[in-house]
Design a binder for this molecule. Structure first.
Ligand code: MN
Length: 243
């Protein structure tokens, strides 16, 4: 029987006061459920102080799913802090960046979502718009500030990987980000943009078996059919690697 693909999911470092102090590596359920429900095995990867063993960790995976998270520490792309930022801990970014670079180098199938897209862009040498409302404008709401996601349209570039999966042209996506890609990281190309303000909404890495990044949140099952197609295309690529 073919083995189910094992999908690594980098976790967030979260510290909060509850009964005592909780200091945790966490992954939102939407990501693990999205993999489990389609026949994959999610493997939660902790934030580590020493990235030396991550190369061995990557070797044991059939795919990497990089989730959303807080903002990227601005010093990682040479920017000064912005008042609207809520950066993730440096150690979390360092773990994620190491995993992303290894997955890129090894050709490991990789699906990247929201904050993960920004982490990938910076890990590959790119920079970010630190706060869309104050630096680009408010013509489009990319983050509602409530528990209900904003929605807006995106234009998907014909001939891209994301167009292969979802079809080219205009569609509506959910949106819960206030940062965005500015200068592109090495090897990345833009495959979807918001038509009103030109914000980057999808990236891919050419010369890679499957490396697709979306700025929206398919794991929240916003549009069941397109979310399902994205996760299935990713798992199919992982399945090919695992045989
Ligand atoms: Mn958006």
């Amino acid at each position: 029987m073919p083995k189910a693909p094992v999908i690594g999911i980098p976790s967030e470092r979260v510290r909060h006061a509850q009964v005592g102090i909780k200091d945790q590596n966490t992954v939102s359920r939407g990501y693990t459920d999205a993999i489990c429900s389609r026949g994959g095995i999610p493997l939660i990867l902790p934030v580590v102080d020493d990235p030396a063993h991550l190369s061995d960790v990557i070797q044991g995976l059939d795919g990497l799913l990089v989730p959303g998270s807080d903002d990227i520490p601005p010093a990682c792309y040479g920017a000064a802090p912005h008042p609207a930022e809520k950066p993730m801990p440096d150690v979390q970014y360092d773990t994620w960046a190491a995993l992303i670079r290894l997955a890129v180098d090894r050709g490991l199938p990789t699906l990247v979502i929201c904050g993960g897209l920004q982490a990938m862009n910076v890990a590959l040498g790119g920079t970010l718009i630190q706060d869309i409302p104050s630096q680009v404008g408010t013509a489009v709401c990319h983050r509602s500030g409530t528990h209900v996601d904003a929605t807006h349209e995106v234009d998907i570039l014909p001939g891209s990987r994301v167009a292969e999966v979802l079809g080219p042209g205009r569609r509506t996506v959910n949106s819960a980000h206030h940062q965005a890609v500015d200068r592109l990281g090495a090897g990345l190309s833009v495959t979807a943009r918001c038509p009103v303000d030109d914000i980057v909404e999808a990236l891919e890495l050419s010369e890679h078996p499957f490396c697709l990044a979306v700025q929206w949140h398919p794991e929240r099952y916003f549009d069941g059919d397109s979310s399902d197609r994205l996760f299935r295309a990713f798992l199919a690529a992982c399945d090919t690697i695992s045989r």
